[in-house]
Ligand binder design. Structure first.
Ligand code: HEM
Length: 209
């Protein structure tokens, strides 16, 4: 069981981290908002190297940035399922018993019919209500963790891990792209970056002590 959890979480988390750090490095407005949020939500009296577990709940904008990263770059970009019974899909398509269906989660995250006209913009704000809470998006619309009875068991843990790691990295280090080169995914079971991600890492001067 422990092995299953580690295996299911390792590559998915590392894929999300790479895409998120690249997206943040190339969207300085998003980076600024994440840092302002950490500054606001973290305990001024403690070390800033790691944010505490309780403070993680306050990182709504970072939470939204993780959702937005997963919309564009789901670590598992394709999934398939087999129909246990004949059925008719909501689209009207007839499915025979035993028929295999492949669905493209990567494309679904970029479809105008699902996400609206600004579907190709990296906009964490789309996940936040006017009152500042995370918008609940049904899992049939946002499929990175899949939907139905075989959905990911590690979703909550993933957000916790990612918020811990990203807040610690971004608070302490500035990450810049080494050179202007095209970053693109490689077609594989886990969505990784073709040729990896090269970044320049420098110690960040804290906004305040
Ligand atoms: C961003 C991170 C993650 C994403 C996007 C993700 C996505 C998914 C997806 C799409 C599936 C369904 C696979 C299939 O049925 O073909 C799945 C299953 C699963 N995930 Fe995750 N996962 C993530 C992180 C994690 C972590 C950190 C853990 C464990 C701590 C975990 C545990 C599991 C387990 C146990 C299953 C199998 C569930 C079952 O078959 O009933 N996942 N995940």
């Amino acid at each position: 069981m422990v092995f299953t959890l580690i295996a299911a979480g390792k590559d998915t988390i590392s894929s999300t981290l790479s895409w998120l750090l690249w997206l943040v490095a190339t969207h300085p407005d998003v980076e600024r908002k994440i840092l302002e949020e950490i500054e606001r939500e973290s305990d001024k009296g403690t070390s800033r190297f790691l944010i505490s577990k309780d403070e993680l709940n306050g990182l709504v904008y970072l939470h939204a940035t993780i959702y937005e990263t997963l919309r564009f770059y789901p670590p598992l970009p394709f999934e398939h399922r087999c129909a246990s019974e004949a059925d008719v899909l909501p689209t009207g398509h007839r499915v025979k018993k035993g028929m295999r269906m492949l669905f493209n989660i990567y494309s679904m995250g970029r479809m105008e019919e699902i996400w609206g006209k600004d579907c190709m913009e990296f906009k964490p704000q789309r996940w936040i209500t006017e009152e500042g809470n995370i918008i609940h998006v049904p899992s049939q619309k946002f499929m990175a963790f899949l939907t139905g009875p075989k959905t990911c068991l590690g979703k909550a843990m993933s957000f916790m891990q990612l918020k811990f790691i990203v807040s610690a990295i971004l608070w302490n280090y500035k990450l810049d792209m080494v050179e202007c080169r095209i970053v693109k995914p490689t077609p594989s079971i886990v969505l990784s970056m073709k040729d990896g991600l090269k970044m320049r890492v420098s110690k960040r001067c804290l906004v305040s002590s």
